[in-house]
Design a protein around this ligand. Structure first.
Ligand SMILES: [Zn+2]
Ligand SMILES: [Zn+2]
Length: 165
């Protein structure tokens, strides 16, 4: 969402509140965003130093990396970045700032960045998920299996024999 900063740039106010729902989210592999991302926050001008503070809250559905059961959660991100007019910064500084263009900023950009950078790459249904048995495929959170954990994969056994020769 484009936020018009004209009132703050003209000095008419020192605070602009932001609240919207962002629906166009970046792709995260194997994750479905069930609702839009709720974004709330503000742009504040403190003695000529402008900052954007946002909180983003994004519900998702995915599957556990160990047992493949459905995992539902809400990804939360806090964004706190200074603003600067485009053209006044040297190139190496621009990553730290959100650039003001045409008296406005695009809040979707830092929110997308937070999702891309901070969304967990591996989700678990619970911290100590026991996962699936690699031999019989049983979900070890619910049932025990009798497979011998040290059992060698038959394909590896053939390979081992070949290497022995
Ligand atoms: Zn699990
Ligand atoms: Zn098993």
């Amino acid at each position: 969402m484009i936020i018009d900063l004209s009132p703050i740039l003209r000095g008419e106010t020192s605070l602009i509140k932001i609240e919207y729902e962002m629906s166009d989210m970046p792709d995260v592999p194997d994750v479905t965003f069930t609702e839009g991302c709720k974004v709330t926050g503000q742009v504040e001008n403190r003695a000529g130093y402008m900052t954007l503070s946002l909180h983003a809250s994004l519900p998702y559905v995915s599957s556990c990396a160990r047992c493949l059961e459905e995992v539902r959660g809400v990804f939360e991100a806090d964004i706190d970045q200074p603003l600067a007019a485009k053209g006044v910064l040297s190139d190496e500084d621009t990553d730290d700032y959100i650039l003001i263009e045409n008296n406005s900023i695009d809040c979707d950009i830092p929110v997308s960045e937070a999702v891309i950078l901070d969304f967990p790459s591996r989700l678990l249904c619970k911290e100590d998920c026991a996962g699936l048995c690699s031999s019989c495929g049983k979900n070890l959170n619910y049932e025990k299996c009798t497979c011998n954990k040290k059992e060698i994969d038959p394909r590896l056994e053939i390979l081992a024999k070949l290497l022995d020769k």
